[in-house]
Write a protein that binds this ligand. Sequence first.
Ligand code: MRU
Length: 368
Amino acid sequence: MKIDGTHYRTIWQDDAGVVQVIDQRWLPHELRIVPLKTRADFAVAIRDMWVRGAPLIGAAAAWGVAVAMQEDPSDAGLSETWQVLNETRPTAINLRWALDEMERVLRPLAPSERAAAAAKRASDICDEDVEINRNIGLHGLDIIKQIAAKKPGQTVNILTHCNAGWLATVDWGTATSPIYHAHEAGIPVHVFVDETRPRNQGAQLTAWELNHHGIPHSLIVDNAGGHLMQHGEVDMVIVGTDRTTARGDVCNKIGTYLKALAAKANGVPFYVALPSPTIDWRVDDGVKEIPIEERNQEEVTLVQGRGADGQIALVQISPDGTPARNPAFDVTPAELVTGLLTERGLCPADTTEMEKMFSDLKAAMLAD
Ligand code: MRU
């Protein structure tokens, strides 16, 4: 997508072969682009959320393997890289998906062939992500068109949580791709952006993206969605996912579950934009089986913003020493999900239907 007229991806290899990323910790106040040159750089960038969002975590891990293969392409080096990068963030399955995919391609090769093959596969994974998200957008556009047809001349109001926008992927985003496509198609859309405490990905990233694309939006506090739904102000919810199980339970940013409950109670359709690498066919019951990342307490007690002096700073919002809990994700059970917007089309959140649409991918994952 474009920033001030220039097309960017979130991760790319520059002309000198160095991997560059947008360091998202400083948005929306500063656009910082940083090189990642070593395996350790990638591990820190994923763990400390310079790059974040399930698809981008996967893409970054793939490039991390490619860079690691320049450092040590041996069998032991490959195993250690898989281990080190897999430990960076536990919930988004795209991380493991990408590491397994790199391993599948690289393991049979001689060490001397691995660096080049790894760079090629990492680059292809990025291109595939863009294409997946473009297609999610086209299928989502059909749904937005249907809603628009029921309220001619009026704006379609869409609520989203966290940032499942282009910054969370290589390009397009998942939940935002239908919105960008609808905007391009001339359908009037307006987005309610959940601020998404504790790290405020909605306020800092989604609002920034939508602003750059001229898409009408309103930032709302996380607690406002239920009220807006009760008053008929939300036509649909679209969120992303960090891991979706074989039966369609959806793990996503903390707070997603509450939005799904509110949507169900108010008859608002709740869609999940789901790229196929985010399906974990090994798990069924998301609540019981998905490991939920618990992050630092300080993400709850401190909030980052830009002060009147123009400097980016952290401010403490609770008394000294207040203990906090910080589960970063929650699970929305399949029965609360109206549909999964995938690159192959709209799929019910249901074991049989998901298997029908993705039998090839399920077989491939379970064969590993
Ligand atoms: O902790 P984050 O910022 O990595 O969490 C991101 C989300 O929860 C997104 O909604 C999810 O990864 C889907 S991104 C297309």
